[in-house]
Design a protein around this ligand. Sequence first.
Ligand SMILES: [Zn+2]
Length: 272
Amino acid sequence: MPELPEVETIKRDMQKVILGRKITGVYVHKPVVIREPSPAAFKKSLQGLTIKNILRRGKLLILELSNGSFLTIHLKMTGQLVLSQNLRNSGGSGNSRVTFQLSGGKTLNFNDQRLFGELRLVDSWKKIKFIQGLGPEPFDLTYGGFQDMLSEKKTRIKPLLMDQSFISGIGNIYAAEILFRARIDPDRPAQSLSEKEKQALYKAIKEVLKSAIKHGGSSIDDYVQLSGKRGDYVKFHRVYGRQGQPCFVCNSIIKKNTQGGRGTYFCPKCQK
Ligand SMILES: [Zn+2]
């Protein structure tokens, strides 16, 4: 599932290429991905609006439109946003679930193989229930605030990092990479971390996410950038997807186990 670095990469690319464009046509191929309003109203209301701003909150993309409303896009498991030149009769292709025709001859396709994605057209994105439950943005965190958040948390640290109500935007890939860099065993209860470990974790969260954004995110399954290009950060993974291979730091074999139903990758020697 795309996490903060992937969604942020798409957001930044969109800011470069679709900001200020007008939505000249909307084609809904799979109405199930339109969560509100009705697909017909969605289509009709978007027609003719200009994209004024593009924001991200957690893993959610938010397009501010010229009439003050917002188009929100949650990619979920297999969602993709891919920009291309206009197809002559606009149908979109392949896994395209919704096609947006934009001024200047561009077509934005929302592809989604498994149809878990969610598109909404709303008056206020801040009122979306999912948004109200989100924890702070990682880049907004202060160290003091992070310390407070961790204290008295008995939960194991990896599922806690992935809990969107604790901190937003981190999923399975980046939780593993962050914990490796902070040298913390994913199974540790959050409240057991020493002061030094909390500092290392705080630093690793920002560094890993920043570096992943710099490299356009991690293309593991379906995620691609707006251009259709894959994200390069996989090359920099130190544990995720590397089970059975030697640790870059200590040469021990990277292990994989299952924690809370999710594959968890770690170095048994570096992470204590
Ligand atoms: Zn190691």
